[in-house]
Ligand binder design. Structure first.
Ligand SMILES: Cc1cc2nc3c(=O)[nH]c(=O)nc-3n(C[C@H](O)[C@H](O)[C@H](O)COP(=O)(O)OP(=O)(O)OC[C@H]3O[C@@H](n4cnc5c(N)ncnc54)[C@H](O)[C@@H]3O)c2cc1C
Length: 466
């Protein structure tokens, strides 16, 4: 089939080897880390410069072609799924750290820079970039911005939104805008805040100015075992109620421990029903004092065993196990859905007990590993896609967990975005007026809904997008 006119025009403007159109070359881009959804784009542009991204967006605007920005494709909610017959603009080659200013404590980076690379580059100035998704060795800053990504240490420091000072972005009509700047004190409405977390619906980030923080002088990390998941959840509420603000509080249940042990050998206790990993950090004297209080609260919370990391190596091993659990679950089951809901911290124990009941009722295993300090649950629903009907059962179970989060006063996503996966749940959280406002905002930026069409707010009404 001959290529449509817009694609022929694009092919004249970019080198042939960076415009993929062959089905075999497109295959890796047909889905993101939520592999249950697939769609074939007309083409993938491996953009090399921001000028190329702008040119491609302008061309899409002229021809009414939907486009999707893509970083590393680690979205777990189908956020970077292509629009069928649309254009995927892949940003991995825009991976330059343009500037690090240690005096202003900021970094200006291209959107395809890998999260962890920012901290590596900032380390020689004693600085680092705080948001640390478990995918940080592979995910990009552009993807983090779009999803307002979080991580283990966002409890203390906040999510991506708290660390983006400024943005250069191309809107869906090809206009290039500067939002925010280099200062913490922005003037006017918070347009950076509007863009961060907009899941690619407001355009493509071309350059991002990130806030850097001084590396904490000391870390103290403990690992506590519990006889039930609910008891570990209850301990989190106690730590927070005691006025302690750890850098991170994470929970892993028995299945998650099993997976992490098989993959990494982190030395986790395999007889525990759940473990809690808690870390405090900061100036050494303050950290020691906070750790002593933490230790006392954990001891009083019914922990059956408490281990304290003795050195940096032990701390690194504990975190390696936690951070690799998502991928490690692949050892327990070839297929799984990664949930991402939020409940108020005080209702964690209740939520976890209910998830256990749901897992038994559906006859499907659920592994839990999550940022407990934020009340951010990540139930991993294990299923076997080869068995007829099992995917549908897994989806129904994952859906019930989201309903549970809403019922308990939480939210349907903590950090993985709405994407394709959860767009049908949006009306359960927001009323028609709220949703209409979101769509009005979207249309103000992108009247034809070309940028990441169909995600978050669902498909646009055809009459309005002509
Ligand atoms: C093993 C594993 C662990 C994970 N752990 C965490 C975690 O702890 N915390 C967390 O928050 N997430 C986590 N994630 C989810 C995922 O890694 C994050 O959402 C990440 O931010 C996605 O980055 P990416 O570069 O892969 O983006 P992609 O998947 O390529 O894209 C994600 C979204 O961003 C949009 N986008 C990409 N680049 C741009 C840009 N420049 N401008 C505008 N929009 C853009 C895309 O259109 C899409 O909607 C995990 C995923 C995996 C597979």
């Amino acid at each position: 089939m001959p290529h449509p006119a817009w694609l022929q025009e694009l092919a004249r403007r970019v080198p042939r080897e960076r415009l993929l159109t062959h089905p075999a070359a497109l295959a890796p881009y047909e889905s993101d880390a939520l592999t249950g959804f697939r769609a074939r784009p007309a083409a993938v542009l491996l953009a090399d410069t921001k000028a190329e991204v702008v040119e491609a967006v302008r061309l899409c605007h002229r021809h009414g072609v939907p486009f999707v920005a893509r970083g590393s494709g680690t979205s777990l909610s189908g956020g970077s799924l292509p629009v069928p017959e649309g254009l995927v603009i892949a940003l991995n080659r825009l991976n330059r750290i343009l500037r690090i200013d240690p005096d202003e404590r900021l970094a200006v980076v291209e959107p395809g820079v890998i999260n962890l690379q920012v901290s590596h580059a900032a380390a020689r100035f004693g600085l680092y970039y705080a948001p640390d998704p478990s995918s940080q060795p592979v995910c990009t800053i552009g993807g983090n911005v779009a999803f307002n990504s979080g991580g283990a240490h966002c409890l203390k420091y906040g999510m991506t939104a708290n660390h983006v000072l400024g943005l250069e972005a191309v809107l869906a009509d090809g206009e290039v805008v500067q939002l925010g700047g280099e200062s913490l004190e922005a003037v006017g409405p918070d347009l950076v805040g509007l863009f961060v977390g907009s899941e690619g619906l407001f355009g493509i980030a071309l350059e991002v100015t990130l806030r850097l923080l001084p590396r904490p002088e000391a870390y103290r990390t403990l690992l506590a075992s519990y006889v039930s998941l609910a008891a570990a959840g209850e301990a989190v509420a106690r730590i927070v109620a005691a006025g302690i603000l750890p850098g991170a509080i994470e929970i892993m249940d028995r299945l998650a421990i099993e997976a992490a042990e098989a993959a990494v050998g982190a030395g986790y206790p395999t007889d525990a029903a759940a473990i809690l990993i808690v870390e405090v950090e900061g100036e050494a004297p303050e950290t020691d004092a906070e750790f002593a209080r933490l230790h006392a609260v954990v001891q009083a919370s019914g922990a059956t065993e408490i281990r304290v990391a003795r050195d940096a190596e032990e701390r690194a091993r504990i975190w390696k196990g936690r951070k690799e659990t998502f991928s490690a679950v692949g050892r327990l089951s070839t297929d799984y859905i990664t949930g991402d809901g939020v409940v108020p911290r005080t209702r964690l124990a209740e939520a976890l007990a209910e998830i256990e009941r749901l897992s038994a009722r559906y006859g499907l295993r659920v592994a839990n590993v999550f940022h407990a300090g934020d009340g951010n649950l990540h139930p991993l629903v294990l299923y076997d896609g080869r068995r007829p009907g099992e995917l549908e059962r897994a989806e129904a179970l994952a859906g019930e967990i989201l309903e549970l989060c809403i019922r308990l006063g939480g939210s349907i996503t903590g950090e993985h975005g709405v994407g394709m996966e959860k767009r049908d749940f949006l009306p359960r959280m927001f009323g028609p007026d709220d949703l209409a406002l979101m769509r009005r905002l979207r249309r103000a930026m992108d009247p034809r809904e070309l940028a990441n069409r169909g995600k978050v707010l669902g498909e646009p009404v055809p009459a309005l997008v002509g």
